[in-house]
Design a protein around this ligand. Structure first.
Ligand code: HEM
Length: 172
């Protein structure tokens, strides 16, 4: 004989607490959790040190030759370019490593990376290039334009003892 106190079979089937509903509920809660859980704080890549335009005397430029983790700079007609991205050319053991940390103007103008193209006395006056001919100056300008397109200008080359060098030293 049927128990008159128990619900009819249809009402039993309609109960919301079924294993499948429990699984669905758990899944729902998990998805909500995934959506709401705080995102991991984003670690931004470390920014490169800011490039500050400054004046360099030839001895100050000299260490910028890519050795000891230094960037590679070179000067062309008073402008100093950061050529670190061209490390293969100018970095240690690159074909144009002689230009690194130096005034490369004469070498570029004359199409030579020989040692004697470089200003010997770093404490002396800058190379005024006055003895170069029109063709050499044109070649130099071509290189300069290429460098301006490719590299960042990070400073100005000034002779040791010049007013600009003294002013820069006073600011430091
Ligand atoms: C043996 C002769 C030479 C060969 C075979 C040679 C070869 C090259 C090559 C393949 C490049 C790369 C070009 C590019 O991908 O943009 C280059 C760039 C360059 N070469 Fe030469 N080169 C020679 C002589 C010279 C000389 C005598 C100088 C001296 C001024 C010189 C100065 C440069 C410079 C400044 C760059 C540009 C690097 C840059 O983009 O920063 N090359 N050379």
């Amino acid at each position: 004989m049927a128990d008159s106190s128990s619900p009819p079979p249809a009402a039993q089937a309609a109960s919301p607490v079924t294993p499948i509903n429990l699984i669905l509920l758990a899944l729902f809660v998990f998805l909500v959790y995934l959506r709401l859980k705080p995102a991991k704080p984003q670690v931004l890549p470390r920014a490169p040190p800011p490039t500050v335009f400054r004046t360099f005397t030839p001895p100050e430029l000299f260490p910028y030759n890519g050795l000891n983790g230094m960037p590679v700079y070179l000067a062309v007609r008073g402008r100093i370019f950061d050529v670190t991205s061209g490390r293969n050319f100018y970095g240690p053991s690159g074909p144009y490593a002689n230009f690194a940390g130096r005034d490369a103007s004469r070498g570029l103008a004359c199409g030579s990376f020989d040692e004697d193209m470089l200003t010997k006395d770093l404490d002396g006056p800058l190379d005024d290039l006055k003895d170069l001919n029109a063709e050499q100056m044109e070649a130099l300008q071509g290189w300069e334009e290429r460098f301006l397109e490719k590299y960042l200008v990070v400073g100005k080359l000034v002779p040791v003892g010049s007013d600009e060098a003294k002013a820069a030293a006073a600011q430091q």
